[in-house]
Structure formats: structure tokens, C-alpha cells
Write a protein that binds this ligand. Sequence first.
Ligand SMILES: *Cc1c(COP(=O)(O)O)cnc(C)c1O
Length: 292
Amino acid sequence: MDELVVYGGYKVFMRREDLIHPLISGNKYRKLKYNIKDVKSKKQSTLLTFGGAYSNHISATAYAGKVYSVKTIGIIRGEELVNKIESNPTLRFAQSCGMILKFVSRDKYRKKEEAEFLEELKAEFGNFYVLPEGGTNDLAIKGCEEILTIDDADFDFVCCSVGTGGTISGLINGSYKNQKILGFPALKGDFLQQDIRKFAKQENWELITGYHFGGYGKIKPELISFINWFKREYKIPLDPIYTGKMMYGIFDMIKKGFFPKQSKILAVHTGGLQGVEGMNLKLKKKGWSLIE
Ligand SMILES: *Cc1c(COP(=O)(O)O)cnc(C)c1O
């Protein structure tokens, strides 16, 4: 479903992937779809994956595991969280879906792709199917290629938020050459270019790096005000980690004249709304205004 948002004389269409499902929303649904099928067809019983304390991917995987009867294990960054499950809405939800949570130090978490660490995990949990952090692998990209359809051919720009680069890679592969895919990284760092090149089959894309607001999970009061204004104005909720930063960026670029007049712009609402509750708990501690 698309919704029209008019700003500065431009029509921006929003693809409401956040409405796919209340709990496995947006791109995390797309990324899990073929992976869950693969787990099932390989007759594997357990899916293991990685994520941070507020991860949309952890939450979606836990719920998908419950629905499709696959055991799930979440390797969570940060040992200190082990006693904080109850006060963290994402972890509490994941656990309530039956996900086994294992907390590891940040050092250990960095080694998550190394064979040695995976062997250790196999010794502890037995055999499992591994999904990388953020759920990004070939099958995830295949799922994200389905976001765009032939009916989208007349969009000049397709915008999405970028975490690990899986979603934008799917959009690039599913787009026409004359379309431009703009990715808005939610984090700092130059590794994304290479990561996207591993999966993307076309060159019609660009990363817009000025709207990460200090890095992954970092926010500023002006971002919160924007998200609240956007919801009042358009009745569309945004999340503070990904889609809020992207829409802030698109509107700012409209103001600065980046888009030629008459351009047709599609912004993909990738979901992430489960993270709002956790962010509000942090904002409350800081004494900042909350996300409405
Ligand atoms: C995970 C996520 C992203 C980033 O997707 P990648 O495929 O990792 O780049 C964007 N938006 C939302 C809402 C997400 O949950």
C-alpha cells in the first residue's frame, strides 16, 4: 500500500511495508521469508542469529520462529543485558516468543562471523541454521527484490534506510536502470559501499550519508520533533533508528533542491516501529520529549 505525502510541492509516495504484519514488519518480513522456507526445506529445527538489544531483526526472527515452529537462538551484543530482559521490550518480546537469548561481550560479538565462535556455539546448542546480523544474506536479498514491482517503473527515485545494506541491494536488483536508488545509512562508516557491492547487480544507486544523527541508535531532539510532526501531519508513524532519519533526509533534500521538479519519489517505510517503546524508555531517562 502507498500513501501520498506532499511536501515543498513534491509528491512523495510511501510504500507502507510497516503494515505487512504488526510484529514481523517491513523489510524484516521480506528478509526472513525465503530463509524460513530454506530452514524448513532443509529440515533444520533451529535458527541462530545475532543482534543488538533493540534489534528489529531479533524481534521479527523470534516471532517468525514461533509462528513457523522453528526454535530460535539470539546472540545478543552486551553481557550487561543478561539481567535486564524484563526492562527491555524487544528482548522481553523475543523471549516470550520462545527465543533463547545468549548475551556476549562486545569483543566476542565482533567475532560472530569467525568459525571458532560458531564452533563454540555448536558445542553449546547443537546444529543450527545461521542467519547473519540484520538477516542479510542471498535469500534475504531475494525477498527484498520483491518490494518493487513493474507498477513502480515510473518512480524516478526510490529511497530506503540502510543498516547492513540488504534491503537496498534488493531494491537495486529489482529496479530499472533509469531509476535511482538512494540509501540513507542509519549509521556511520564507509564499509557499507563494499557490502552493498557484494549483492547489488546494478550501479544506479547512491548513499546519502549526512543523516545518521551521530551514528547507529543515536538521536537528537530535532529528529524526535520531526517524527512527531510527521505523524501529526500525515498520520504515519516513523521509527527513530531508520525510517525517521530517512524521511528527515528526504524532506531536507527537497528543501535544498536535490530532486528535479516533477520527480516521482518513492520512500520505502521499512517498519521498525517495535523499537519506539525501547527508545522512549531511554528518552524518558534523559528527560527528553517522547515519541508520540
Ligand atoms: C533492519 C532495518 C533497516 C535496515 O535494513 P538493512 O537491510 O539491514 O540495510 C531499515 N529499516 C528498518 C525499519 C529496519 O528494521
